[in-house]
Ligand binder design. Sequence first.
Ligand SMILES: Cc1cc2nc3c(=O)[nH]c(=O)nc-3n(C[C@H](O)[C@H](O)[C@H](O)COP(=O)(O)OP(=O)(O)OC[C@H]3O[C@@H](n4cnc5c(N)ncnc54)[C@H](O)[C@@H]3O)c2cc1C
Length: 374
Amino acid sequence: MHAMVVGGGVAGAASAIALRKAGVEVTVVEAYEEPGGEVGSFLSLAGNGLRALGALGCAEAVAGRGFEVPRQRMWGSSGKLLGDVPRGRLSGDPLNSVTLMRGHLVEELRAAAVRAGAEIVTGRRFEPGPAGADVGGADLVVGADGIWSVTRRTLDRAAPEPRYAGIYTVSGVSERVPGGVAAEPGVFNMVFARNGAFIFIAGPGREVWWSAQVSSPDEPADTSLESLKELYRSEGSASAVLASAVRLHRPTLHHVLAEVPVWQDGRTVLVGDAAHPVGAGQGASMAVEDAVVLARAIREEGAVDAALARYERERRARVARLARAASANRDAKTAGPVGRRINDLVMPVFFRHFYEKATGWLYSDDLSGALGPR
Ligand SMILES: Cc1cc2nc3c(=O)[nH]c(=O)nc-3n(C[C@H](O)[C@H](O)[C@H](O)COP(=O)(O)OP(=O)(O)OC[C@H]3O[C@@H](n4cnc5c(N)ncnc54)[C@H](O)[C@@H]3O)c2cc1C
């Protein structure tokens, strides 16, 4: 069997490794030469994503490119601590969440895909053509081409289009300076600030990695550091981090996508952001899970059409549940003054008593053995 994978990002490279493990010949076509390098910013892998990487034999190599983040603290705009919970895992789980640059994750996955025998063609944008058209003789076409997927449109001309979510992100790196913000190593901090969530985390050496998720009904005209400093001037920790900024990453607009009705047609299938840009810090983890579940279905079903139907059955409910959680997260991050006061009162109770029950289903999924012994 030969698979053509459109897109060599997280979902595409992970699919290539997983499909090689299922005995499939794989060609990946990626539009850009570079894996993203320092163009993107940082992302996190939760316990479920790291276990899925374990099925691909890449968990250690990927973890080695980043750093562990055992805890997550949520702060109100006033500086009140709203919650202190294990990050991306259940409290008894020793497997800590890992944060790393998106480009470094893609680099590791592409290297592992090549070692596993996949061919990766970079610098070529791929157009799959109309449904049913020959795609380089492939028996299976995997659309791993991200939120702006062209494969999604070839599967269904009426597929939904991404729309601006009313949030843009500017992220960057600051330097820890004497008297500056106290960024404790291993803690992911999220401030529910007036103009949108502000995340900061102690990075390697003296770095503090941060990300401002600014609420803005219209697409922003100004994403400069100066404009951020103004937007976050009344939140102590955010302004202290921004005051010592040394580097900014390219700003990004957040887009949401309505539920995609057609994920597969018996030969072509969507994975990762092409099928479901989920947010909530789970984009990369879900992309790796997709890859593993797809390859398991191919290996166990044999026939491509049966495998794709099974993949869709196994993934739909989990992804839909996560999309609901991500939408609630977005609402909390963009709450107005009244919403913020309610959050300040309700969140501490929620995080103390209900958080683990509400998120356990997500982290407890264990795909590490899904593709057989490592
Ligand atoms: C440059 C970049 C930076 C990012 N930075 C962050 C970040 O800082 N934090 C974060 O949480 N998430 C980031 N993301 C998104 C994150 O990688 C995804 O949400 C998640 O990992 C799921 O990955 P994916 O492979 O489905 O999609 P993506 O990571 O978007 O990968 C899709 C890939 O498909 C390629 N592609 C698209 N169309 C074609 C085509 N027609 N032919 C060939 N190739 C094509 C793209 O070049 C890209 O490499 C970034 C994505 C990109 C592309």
